[in-house]
Design a protein around this ligand. Structure first.
Ligand code: FES
Length: 212
């Protein structure tokens, strides 16, 4: 998938005072001369600050880390976790469209995005709150179909639960990440029921341990 810098760019980028302090601390984690290793955390912090990664942010981080600008651009444009275009002020929804998610209904989720957010990816909703894009496998195939919002995964979605998720976000609520069919992790939902029936365990073992 081709990932390019947005045609809309701010004039400049600067870390806030706190983020600047934080970035300086990150540099100390790496041996002298290896400060380029901090490029991913710094790009992520820039995205958390602005919502997306702009060209001025890439240039700022390159200067900060004493790296060629093209190297930082390579990193930012390689990983889907970095948004290269302005995103919704409330949330940018990344819908996985790879085979396992597609077989489990991701096309329905994309249909909801088109109907409720915008017809095209990377376009803001009319109120500017939401945006969306289709991405490649997010590594959570067992709980397909899934979407990523920021650092959170929302799993086992269907059309209705995804519509509800978007509604909650638009209404300023903070939906709990995770499965929408009650799974704790990636255990088989059928297996959980069988174990309960046999009296082996009320729930799956990892969930019991988690709840203490
Ligand atoms: S295919 Fe969607 S998470 Fe892997």
């Amino acid at each position: 998938m081709l990932r390019r810098l947005s045609s809309i760019q701010p004039k400049e980028f600067k870390f806030t005072k706190d983020n600047f302090k934080w970035a300086k601390v990150q540099l100390k984690k790496y041996p002298k001369g290896r400060q380029a290793s901090a490029v991913i955390p710094l790009l992520w912090r820039a995205q958390e600050q602005e919502g997306w990664v702009s060209k001025p942010a890439i240039e700022y981080i390159a200067d900060f880390l004493d790296m060629p600008k093209i190297r930082v651009l390579e990193v930012a444009s390689f990983y889907f976790m970095f948004h290269l275009e302005p995103v919704g002020t409330k949330a940018h929804i990344q819908v996985c469209g790879t085979t396992p998610c597609m077989l489990r209904g991701s096309e329905d989720l994309i249909g909801v995005c088109k109907a409720k957010i915008s017809k095209k990816e990377h376009h803001l909703s009319s109120d500017g709150l939401l945006s969306w894009e289709e991405v490649e496998c997010l590594g959570g195939c067992v709980n397909a179909p899934i979407v990523q919002i920021g650092s959170d995964y929302f799993e086992d979605l269907n059309k209705a639960s995804f519509e509800k998720l978007l509604e909650d976000i638009s209404n300023n609520e903070s939906p709990t990440p995770g499965s929408r069919v009650g799974r704790f992790s990636s255990e088989s939902s059928k297996m959980t029921k069988k174990l309960i029936k046999k009296g082996v365990s009320k729930e799956n073992a990892s969930l019991e341990r988690f709840r203490g």
